[in-house]
Design a protein around this ligand. Structure first.
Ligand code: SF4
Ligand code: ZN
Ligand code: ZN
Length: 313
């Protein structure tokens, strides 16, 4: 069977949402086109220096390949933040990232969360268990990782931090924000939203228009063997997102392409609100303890609140 796009080469991938069979080259071109669309939506220029947050999973590996096709290599650097979860060293993922970064000529470094923010995830989890506090490991991990990436991005003088969130992730996030009625998070979810603090480096998600299954195929076609270990705290993750994940797969099977349409249509719907908030001149307050930006009307940031609750401040 020949490629539906070029009609010359053998088709290698069936793309459900477009109902086309594509050869490897046309498939990659199609992915790059959607990444470039997202980058344009974020207003990113190819001259900017970008820090890639890579975990070593298929999505982040695919992101390294795709961004290296778009940006000059010297404008990209990649980092893995090692959370410090007992029994989860990430050594396998780090060696995959290292190999791919080397192959692509991208500077790469694996860094420990504890060295950047002073605590590992397991330290906080154990402390909270000792104190009988019901805080999920992923809550600690999320805020610490986010802080660490921002600190590293600032230190390295990059203008954006790219994460490998996929179309599936983005639609789940959007639906959760809508259901919770969390308008501010819905605004932040939009590519055009601005960070409201000079201490925050803008985060971008270049893969936000690409399906997870496409990234798995792409990583496979690039010859990357993926052997992700699993974080032992994964089973304690909040379940609502997982339910949406399954729901979205069912919807997508019934109506191929629905996730992409939902993402694009919701972006258009939210845009006037985003423009309004961007012009509002909001400046985020700084945490009284650590000096990092925090949410409006808060004195402490989430991390300092956790440390206080754990009597670690
Ligand atoms: Fe962090 Fe939770 Fe993922 Fe483990 S499962 S790496 S704790 S977010
Ligand atoms: Zn083709
Ligand atoms: Zn703080």
């Amino acid at each position: 069977m020949l490629c539906d796009e070029c009609g010359l080469r053998k088709a290698a991938v069936y793309q459900r949402h477009s109902q086309r069979a594509l050869c490897e080259e046309c498939f990659e071109k199609d992915l790059i086109k959607r990444v470039e669309r997202s980058l344009a939506n974020y207003g990113v220029s190819k001259r900017e220096r970008i820090l890639l947050a890579v975990s070593g999973g298929k999505d982040s590996i695919a992101m390294m390949f795709l961004l290296s096709r778009i940006f000059p290599r010297e404008n990209l650097r990649a980092v893995t933040i090692i959370e410090g979860v007992k029994g989860y060293s990430r050594s396998r993922e780090v060696s995959i990232c290292d190999r791919v970064a080397n192959e692509l000529g991208i500077e790469y470094e694996a860094m420990h969360l504890k060295d950047i923010v002073g605590f590992s995830v397991s330290e906080l989890v154990e402390r909270s268990r000792e104190m009988n506090l019901n805080i999920s490991p992923c809550s600690f991990c999320g805020v610490l990782r986010r802080r660490a990436l921002n600190v590293v991005a600032r230190e390295q003088g990059v203008s954006k931090v790219a994460t490998a969130h996929t179309l599936n992730d983005e639609v789940q996030t959007m639906m959760l924000n809508v259901l919770r009625g969390d308008t501010m998070r819905l605004v932040q979810w939009h590519p055009r939203s601005v960070p409201h603090s000079e201490k925050l480096v803008k985060r971008i998600k270049p893969l936000r228009e690409i399906y997870e299954y496409e990234l798995a195929i792409y990583a496979y076609l690039r010859g990357v063997e993926l052997q992700e270990d699993q974080c032992p705290y994964l089973v304690q993750r909040p379940t609502l997102r997982f339910r949406f994940k399954e729901f979205l797969l069912i919807l997508e099977a019934l109506r191929p392409g629905i996730a992409l349409r939902m993402l694009r249509e919701t972006e258009l719907l939210v845009e006037p609100l985003v423009n309004h908030v961007n012009k509002s001149g909001i400046v985020l307050p700084l945490c009284e303890r650590c000096g990092e930006p925090t949410a409006p009307n808060r004195k402490l940031c989430r991390i300092c609140e956790y440390l206080e609750a754990l009597s670690l401040s």
